[in-house]
Design a protein around this ligand. Sequence first.
Ligand SMILES: [Zn+2]
Length: 285
Amino acid sequence: MIVRQSFFFGWILVLAAIHAPAQALFPIQKATEELVRLRELAQIGAISRNRLEQAEDKLADARDEDSLRRLLYGSIGVEQLSEAQASELIASAQRRVDRVAKRYAGQVGLVEQGVLPRSQMEEFERQLADRRLTLQLAESRARIFEDLLSMAKAEEIFEAGHPEDDSPKPLIESFAGSGVFKEAHFKYVEAAYEKQFNKLFPVSARGQSTLHTMLGFDHSGRVDVGVNPDDEEGQWLRSQLQTLRIPYIALRAMIPGKSTAPHIHIGLPSNRLKSADTASGGGLN
Ligand SMILES: [Zn+2]
């Protein structure tokens, strides 16, 4: 899953460089001023209702573009999003598709009647394709967010009490080891993994994340690795951690009715955050 993540992050960065609107607030301001001006004209009957609606759409479009600039192309990490922001991300991208699709549908008849030139539609088609691609990116990012959220929630279930069962592969398996997990351990395991599998160590949460704070967990000094405990990578990682006596929790997370996010949590189980704790303190011990 993390290979997929890095792939998407890579694309998001590339596309950010191409698409990121340089001055996002300016279009909102311009569209707001235009709308105010047109509302005055509409009041004295100087412009049509349709013209006013277009200006309203333009402002809404600029606001959605601003949301995408912040949540899709901005520097905010996917693990720093909130659930509301992840929803806003998709909704903004979807509305930007819908607006162009609606205008396209409204004009296609006029082109067929020969009232408008065909070239006019090409611009709509280009915009529509562009916005659909952005929507796909937004959906990918929201899916990654959902995966991370599922991982954090799976740990919440662990914290609520070990759901012991008799199956050969329990849902959750914990190893206490020496009870110590330090930065040096992390560096060693990360390097060994990358050497072994010739790919990046798929860390999905390192230390405290917004998601863990939101769920009320102290995840500082802990690391989540997005490998399935039973895959080759997961089995290798568990055996390394056992050899090094590093504590871990393997979460198979086949929770009925929930999206599954199997992973290995390295370090002691997360504690409940005390109310005085903040989101700071991200690193390892
Ligand atoms: Zn964890």
